[in-house]
Design a protein around this ligand. Structure first.
Ligand code: GAR
Length: 187
């Protein structure tokens, strides 16, 4: 039996992408990395693992619909069933949402609905709260909204800096995302 094929979308350094590659018994094959930043560190990780990439610049397209149609075509051609967002810093539009309804999942470094958007770890740190977390959720048209699949709380310690907090949150992400992906795909 052939494995379920998935795509990962990322914009940054790709530590979550790496965690998926390193995970044991992931019941899927990552066949494509979609990336909107020509210089992103995640591209080197894909290259090292021989994973095909689709890199684009949004500014070269006249609309979100235009680049998402091209992405959707690539995904279709490769028989991709699921999309996992791993630090992809763009909102997904109706083109992909309709093509992959209920099959697009995001990870976010806060206990949503608290601290959506950019720099969620910095936002929580600055807010002086005692706890933040990690959320994995299905996406909708909003920013870090959509039905929650799994959440883990992460305490903010008295002697934390933003960097130590980020390290702890990312360690949770790297464990949680492969685990949720496994459960979703095996259902
Ligand atoms: C991760 O912490 C992810 O949760 C976050 O971006 C980081 C990417 O790191 N995503 C968001 O903030 C989505 N709104 P990575 O490139 O090392 O995986």
């Amino acid at each position: 039996m052939s494995m379920v094929k998935v795509a990962v979308f990322a914009s940054g350094k790709g530590s979550n992408f790496q965690a998926m590659l390193d995970a044991d018994n992931l019941p899927c094959e990552i066949v494509l990395l979609v990336c909107d930043q020509q210089q992103a560190g995640v591209l080197d990780k894909a290259k090292q693992h021989g994973i095909e990439t689709f890199v684009f610049s949004a500014k070269n397209y006249e609309s979100k619909e235009a680049y998402e149609s091209e992405i959707a075509e690539q995904l279709r051609k490769k028989g991709i069933e699921w999309i996992f967002l791993a630090g992809y810093m763009r909102l997904i539009g109706p083109t992909l949402l309709e093509a992959y309804e209920g099959k697009i999942v995001n990870i976010h470094p806060s206990y949503l609905p608290a601290f959506p958007g950019k720099d969620a770890i910095g936002q929580a740190f600055e807010a002086g709260v005692e706890e933040t977390g990690v959320t994995v959720h299905f996406i909708d048209e909003g920013m870090d909204t959509g039905p929650i699949i799994e959440q883990v709380a992460v305490p903010i310690l008295a002697n934390d800096t933003k960097e130590t907090l980020q390290k702890r949150i990312q360690a949770v992400e790297h464990r949680l995302y492969p685990q949720v992906i496994r459960e979703l795909i095996q259902k």
